[in-house]
Every structure is written in C-alpha cells, then in structure tokens.
Design a protein around this ligand. Structure first.
Ligand code: SF4
Length: 302
C-alpha cells in the first residue's frame, strides 16, 4: 500500500500536519437508528477486536510514521470499558500520539465521566452523528437524543477539553427551507462553524437496501425506485425548492474542497436565507487564517 503520508492527514490549529493512520477497536453497533447504513448489515450486533490486535496494529502504523490514529468504530462507546482500556494503553505506549473517535450524543452524555479521560489520553476530536436538530426528525431516525441533548453535549465536551465534530443528515424529506436556516443558525450560535466539515451541510439522506426508514409510511411516501448504481433508493422532496437548494449547496461545497470553512459557511447561509426569504444575522465573528480546531484534511462522511 502507499505510505501513510499519501493519505488524509490531521491539520492542527497551529498549522502542523500530522500523518494519520486508521484502526478499529470494534465492529458493528448495538443500536438500530433507522437512517443508519450500518444497521442493515449488523442488525444491532457488535463485536470487539481484542486489545492486543488493536494495539499491535497501532504500533505497526506508528513505526510506519503515524502520528494520529482514526478509530473507525461506528460507535467507540458501544463498549466503554474496552474503549478506555485501548486508549489508556495506547497513550502509555505512544504518549505523543493523537487519535479521534466517533461517539453518539446519547453515549457522550451517559458516559460523561469518561470524556475528560479521552482528552487526557490524546483525543484530538470526537465525531458525533447529530444528524438533525429537529426533535420530530430525530424521532423518525430513532436517534436516541434530542436537540437539547445535543446542546448539552456541546457544552459538556467543551468543558472537558474535547473538540466535538458534529455530522448531519442535512437534507431529508422533512426539511423545510426555514428549518435548514435554523440548522445553520444553531451551528453558528453554538460557535461550531469551524467544527463542521462543509460537506456535512450538503449531505442528503441515504436510503440503502434494508434501511429501517422503509418501515415508515412517512418515508415510503417519498421513495422512488431502487438505483442499482448507487445501491440506494432515490427520494424526492415534496418541495422542489429544497432539492434545488441541496444541489446548489453541493455545488458550492463540492467544487471548493480546500475553501475556508467560515467563508463557505457564510456563503451557504446567505444562499439558504435568501431562498427561504428569511433575514440573516450579520457575520459577527471575523474570518480567520485557519480553523481553530483539528480536523482531517479529507472529510469523513457516509
Ligand atoms: S447511527 Fe451510529 S449509533 Fe446509530 S446505529 Fe448507526 S452507528 Fe450505531
């Protein structure tokens, strides 16, 4: 395989680029969120990878130059004791190594006493699949958290010294132009603009074969034929203006992968508020030379 330096790397706020590696401490997921493509494959099953295997994999990657490890577990806190055993041993063996993990809002709040320990063992950031800030949509997704839980998790992670990197299913059949503006305004109000990879503002709900969303009339009402090329069901929004906005946002994001996150966010926000006919608060925070949080230079999304 090509050397690790050829893959995505971690950009630190001080401009340093750290060579990143990848491993998994578990496979599958205990949960059954309706929108999730992991569910049709694992159906609530979760398996740990033995610690010596994980640590051996990390040691080999460190020897090959890795300075940061992405844990690709669908949810790192499906097995919190196992997860903490891994990162404690990893930090002891490689004190300079940083890492990132994915943890759902529900688990962050349930195991909040572990979050400062993540910070102390080199966790550069935690990805969390927030998906939506609309409680009705979160119920459809069976996501296990509310808008208020998300806001609480943002504060808790900040207090614990951990960077939270939310991901979203920005476009889905229950979105309105106004609720998209609410999503953007909330990200801004929580001072998360630097934390959110711009692609997250363009992502459209994925409905793979076996998706639990297909159990719902609310979803089936919007679904068309199965597309064998993308292995997903096509869906259209009842308001064509929402689909048009999604295409415009995707063009903005997709043609400028290296653009400054704040500039791009402001452009998307201006466009969305214009389309919704809503006033937009003026930019209060100045543009910065670079983001203030660490992030991988190739954004993660599913
Ligand atoms: S969204 Fe996350 S927590 Fe929910 S089933 Fe998928 S991997 Fe598990």
């Amino acid at each position: 395989m090509p050397p690790l330096a050829k893959y995505a790397g971690l950009l630190m706020p001080n401009g340093e680029r750290r060579i990143a590696g990848y491993t998994e401490a578990s496979r599958g997921c205990r949960h059954l969120c309706r929108h999730c493509p992991v569910v049709p494959i694992y159906n609530g099953q979760f398996r740990v990878v033995q610690p010596d295997v994980v640590l051996g994999d990390v040691a080999a990657q460190v020897a090959a130059g890795a300075q940061h490890i992405t844990f690709g577990d669908p949810d790192f806190f499906n097995g919190p004791s196992h997860a903490m055993r891994i990162v404690s041993a990893l930090h002891e063996a490689h004190p300079q190594l940083t890492y990132d993990v994915t943890i759902k809002v529900e688990h962050l709040l349930k195991h909040r006493e572990l979050v400062p320990r993540l910070a102390r063992t080199g966790c550069a950031f935690v990805i969390s699949a927030v998906e939506s800030i609309d409680d009705a949509v979160l119920t459809i997704f069976d996501k296990g958290h509310t808008r208020a839980d998300f806001v609480e998790a943002v504060k808790m992670c900040r207090d614990a010294g951990v960077t939270l990197t939310p991901t979203f299913v920005a476009f889905h059949p229950w979105l309105t132009l106004a609720s998209y503006c609410d999503l953007l305004d909330t990200i801004d109000a929580l001072d998360l603009v630097d934390h959110v990879a711009p692609i997250q503002l363009a992502i459209r709900l994925l409905v793979p074969n076996g998706s639990r969303l297909l159990e719902l009339d609310a979803m089936r009402a919007h679904v068309g034929a199965f597309d064998a090329a993308t292995l997903t069901y096509r869906w259209t929004h009842p308001d064509p203006r929402v689909d048009e906005l999604q295409a415009e946002v995707m063009t903005l994001v997709g043609t400028r992968p290296k653009a400054d996150r704040r500039e791009l966010f402001a452009e998307i926000s201006r466009l969305a508020h214009e389309r919704a006919g809503l006033p937009r608060a003026a930019d209060t925070r100045p543009a910065r030379a670079r983001a203030t949080v660490p992030y991988l230079d190739e954004p993660w999304y599913c």
